[in-house]
Design a protein around this ligand. Structure first.
Ligand SMILES: Cc1cc2nc3c(=O)[nH]c(=O)nc-3n(C[C@H](O)[C@H](O)[C@H](O)COP(=O)(O)O)c2cc1C
Length: 385
């Protein structure tokens, strides 16, 4: 862990962490994390649109002390950056979601645990004391959904975050080209993949989850990494307004809807009693050619009108990106790929490093823009082209 932390300390920004992950992971695994839907237009647009927002520094403010802390749905967090739900963490690193939960708790921020995680939701909750959301892929049968919600509640998750932008299974072309199929088939190509990245292969086969089942060897490690993901993906169903109403009845805690891109649908969701929305296009991974999230954000913020909290994700790679979103009305941003790259490159230390990079960048940018607190990052701070 100390060696990993030293190595990670040399990574200076999120893009460099991606380069490290690319070197460590087999091509197919890196592409499965990196890739977007279709021509990846939306995926690229998320970044490009952020680069069309300009920050307007406030002059002569006293920024000798900076405070990045805020709250999300009443829960204190040390900075306005949360970890988005990402399945497939076990492919990136054998410590998977456990490492992510520990790193998030260490950084004092919130981890939204994917419904397609490789570790059980109870194990993840037990791994670290930090606040967690549970991201729900709604099971097709009500009885299964009820049982799952009971487990989520018993494990102490602070909120339920239901993803609504995955009505059907998604096939990304990079995965097709790399012949990454679910469930994973052990082909000569897959074995060759492992040989090409020995450090990754060793961790994948002999690391935590693999080790526990080492007598079953490779096949077991692969199945553990994939089973819940494969089950979840095979069972994806569209979430309707009726489902949302049912969820609101069935779940007493905070309820967040992830995957909103239009303001005109928000009123009906608010009418059902939701507590938050995540403006998200799934990092450009579901349907291509939907708008970049930073452009959809103001419309959703207007429609919500302060009656719920608005979060946003998609392409956030810099502290200045986060400040742009806050200025346009977001409560906090979620990051997906950056921490998955950190996990791949350095396990828990890699995720910690990514969070430290964001924290440092946000703090410096706040000082230079004349903001001592997150509340100072108001709408006067950003201008869209
Ligand atoms: C490898 C990977 C797996 C993901 N799995 C899920 C998931 O299980 N549930 C979900 O709601 N979103 C999932 N997402 C989407 C993220 O929650 C988030 O919306 C997106 O990654 C944000 O964009 P960014 O990666 O550019 O930060 C996944 C994203 C990636 C990259």
């Amino acid at each position: 862990m100390v060696r990993a932390a030293q190595s990670m300390a040399r990574v200076v920004n999120a893009d460099e962490m991606a380069a490290r992950a690319r070197r460590r992971l087999p091509r197919g695994v890196f592409d499965a994390i990196e890739g977007g839907a279709g021509d990846e237009v939306t995926m690229r647009a998320n970044r490009a649109a952020l680069q069309r927002v300009w920050l307007r520094p406030r002059a002569l403010a006293d920024v000798s002390r900076r405070d990045l802390s805020t709250t999300v749905l009443g829960q204190p967090v040390s900075m306005p950056v949360l970890l988005a739900p990402c399945g497939m963490a076990r492919l990136a690193h054998s410590e998977a979601e456990l490492a992510v939960a520990r790193a998030a708790a260490h950084a004092g921020t919130l981890f939204a645990v994917s419904g397609a995680s490789s570790c059980s939701l109870e194990e993840i909750a037990a791994a670290a004391p930090g606040p967690l959301w549970y991201q729900l892929y709604l099971p097709p049968r009500r009885a299964d959904a009820t049982a799952l919600l009971e487990r989520v509640e018993r494990a102490g998750y602070a909120a339920l975050c239901v993803t609504i932008d995955t009505a059907v299974e998604i096939t990304r072309e990079r995965d097709v080209r790399n012949r990454l199929t679910l469930p994973l088939k052990i082909t000569p190509r897959l074995v060759a993949t492992g040989v090409s990245r020995p450090l990754w292969a060793k961790d994948f086969l002999l690391g935590r989850v693999g080790q526990a089942h080492s007598m079953h060897g490779f096949g077991r490690a692969v199945r553990t990494a994939y089973q819940n993901l494969a089950d979840t993906i095979e069972n994806l169903v569209p979430v309707t307004f009726e489902d949302l109403a049912w969820l609101r009845e069935a779940w007493a805690g905070k309820l967040v809807v992830k995957g909103v891109l239009r303001g005109d649908e928000v009123e009906r969701m608010l009418g059902l009693g939701i507590d938050g929305v995540v403006v998200s296009n799934h990092g450009g991974r579901t349907v291509d050619c939907v708008p970049p999230t930073i452009e959809a954000l103001p419309e959703v913020v207007d429609a919500v009108g302060g009656r719920a909290e608005v979060f946003v994700d998609g392409g956030f790679r810099r502290g200045t990106d986060v400040l742009k979103a806050l200025a346009l009305g977001a409560r906090a941003c979620l990051i997906g790929r950056p921490y998955m790259y950190g996990l791949a490159a350095g396990g828990e230390a890699g995720v910690e490093r990514v969070l430290a990079i964001f924290r440092g960048e946000i703090e410096r940018a706040m000082a230079l823009l004349g903001c001592a607190t997150v509340a100072d990052v108001d709408s006067s701070l950003a201008r869209r082209e």
